[in-house]
Design a protein around this ligand. Structure first.
Ligand code: G6P
Length: 484
């Protein structure tokens, strides 16, 4: 194991995430540049990165050579390069056709492919090598999400002096499901290289603790895992840290005059309906889009929503090279057509379906234009759309129908909670959310807004990093403290 002296870099804080927080911009002269892509995670980590000499290690989203270190919008970045074969095997294959369905309760059938597993290990090694080479002695390294579960141990093997945190943004499944993974032991072992493991819900942390006992043979006590029996004992903590959004920034966007005006314009464009329902999701089979559409179709057939009702469904393109996503797109589009075919009058379809991605301002205008937001995932680690909606509703209007299978359901008590598989229950909740009195709606929205304002993404990052700072590290020589 090498010490800090021969391997260390200059950065006191290293974020390791599958994706870089930038988008490629094609310049008129044929060159490319990078524009920061605004998102909650960057917003939360940017101040920490600035204070602690931070660097963000990630991938650009396409096949290509290693970009190495560069700067964009004041952020220090390090671009890891992946070959076309690695993109296919690691990203499209193991991440999106194995782990994603497995961790989301096998809503879709996971594919277990040994070549993909090899690519997963290869790519994780690449990220780990980059991070280990950039971290200063005693630095803090924060690894993110299911694409990089082997990275904590791989870093640990190169650098015993650093503090390593890992946060899983998606659910961690119960052991009976996780156990299907042929490489379950290696994945648990990879994660146990960290000092602190963060999950969205207590249940996820509990599922991981059980997996570490069953697949790794670790001892656990409360939220602490003792991974190495008999050897020098390095405890690992596994606990819940529910992620959130940059509430103040979202509210500020929503309050812009142009955004408020656009919200009114959207309602006009929709034909000034009495009731606007809204769904905004990545086009993903975990989101329950079909369940929602079917419930809506039935409500229209039964005449329970009034004739002047529209549903705006934004489904942003996602993972389009993965088979299950192509199949879902077809099914959603057939369903939308069927509902519109059955219920539209000329010039006024009851579903406005938008297979597009929008800038934050347009999203905020859509949130403000809605009467009822429909968030009906079959399984979702957190679901930030529901929190974005709440943060944007500075007018305290609008109601939320929210699946109990989201992390957000633990926090947003003012929502109408639903089991999306229960079509009658879902229909009833939509009708209630659309018809409750203004005062009751306001009371619910206010309670949710208080929660989201206090527990925002900065609070999440600070809480995680503080816990990481307090985690006893394996190497007693470790002098570093996590940045606050
Ligand atoms: C989820 C995951 C993220 C992922 C995002 C978009 O939110 O937790 O890690 O980046 O989906 O998916 P994509 O495959 O486009 O990165």
């Amino acid at each position: 194991m090498s010490g800090p002296d021969d391997r260390a870099g200059d950065y006191g804080f290293v974020v390791v995430a599958s994706r870089l927080p930038v988008d490629r911009v094609e310049e008129a002269d044929g060159g490319t540049s990078w524009r920061p892509s605004p998102g909650g995670l960057v917003a939360a980590l940017e101040p920490v990165m600035r204070k602690a000499d931070g660097v963000w290690v990630g991938w650009t989203g396409g096949a290509g050579p290693e970009l190495g270190a560069f700067e964009a919008g004041g952020l220090q970045l390090f671009g890891v390069g992946l070959s076309a074969e690695q993109v296919r095997g690691h990203y499209e294959g193991f991440c999106n056709a194995t782990l994603w369905p497995l961790y989301h309760d096998v809503i879709a059938q996971p594919v277990f492919d040994r070549d993909w597993w090899d690519r997963y290990q290869e790519v994780n090694r690449r990220f780990a090598r980059a991070a280990a080479g950039l971290a200063a002695p005693g630095a803090t390294i924060w690894v993110h999400d299911y694409q990089l579960q082997l990275v904590p141990r791989m870093i640990r093997e190169q650098r015993s002096d650093v503090r390593i945190g890992f946060f899983n943004h998606i659910p961690f499944p119960c052991y009976e499901i996780f156990a299907q993974l042929p490489w379950r032991r290696q994945v648990v072992g990879g994660l146990l290289g960290a000092d602190l493991l963060g999950f969205q819900r207590r249940n996820d942390a509990g599922n991981f603790l059980r997996a570490s006992r069953r697949a790794w043979g670790a001892l656990t006590r409360g939220s602490t895992v003792r991974p190495e029996r008999g050897r020098q004992v390095r405890p690992v903590r596994a606990a819940a840290f529910p992620i959130s959004v940059d509430s103040a920034a979202l509210e500020q966007i929503a309050r812009q005059q142009e955004v408020t005006a656009r919200a009114r314009e959207i309602r006009d464009l929709l034909g000034d309906p009495d009731l606007v329902l809204l769904g905004i999701d990545r086009l993903d089979y975990t989101k329950g889009i079909l369940h929602r559409l079917n419930a809506y179709g039935e409500l229209l057939s039964e005449g329970r929503l009034g004739p002047r009702t529209v549903l705006v469904q934004v489904a942003s393109p996602s993972r389009e090279r993965v088979e299950a996503y192509r199949a879902l797109r077809d099914e959603v589009e057939v369903t939308v057509s069927r509902i519109n075919g059955e219920h539209a009058e000329l010039g006024s379809p009851p579903v406005h379906y938008l297979h597009q991605t929008y800038p934050r301002e347009e999203m905020a205008a859509l949130y403000l234009a809605a009467d009822v937001m429909l968030v009906t995932p079959l399984r979702d680690g957190m679901n930030l759309v529901s929190k974005e909606y709440v943060a944007s509703r500075y007018d305290e209007n609008g109601t939320l129908v929210l699946s109990e299978f989201t992390g957000a359901a633990d926090e947003l008590g003012g929502a109408f909670l639903v089991n999306p598989y229960d079509t009658e229950g879902l229909k009833g909740a939509i009708v209630r959310a659309a018809t409750i009195g203004r005062a009751e709606a306001r009371r619910r929205m206010r309670a949710m807004r208080r929660r989201v304002a206090e527990y925002d993404v900065a609070h999440w990052a600070a809480t995680f990093l503080e816990a990481l700072n307090q985690a006893p590290t394996g190497d007693s020589a470790s002098g570093g403290a996590a940045p606050g």
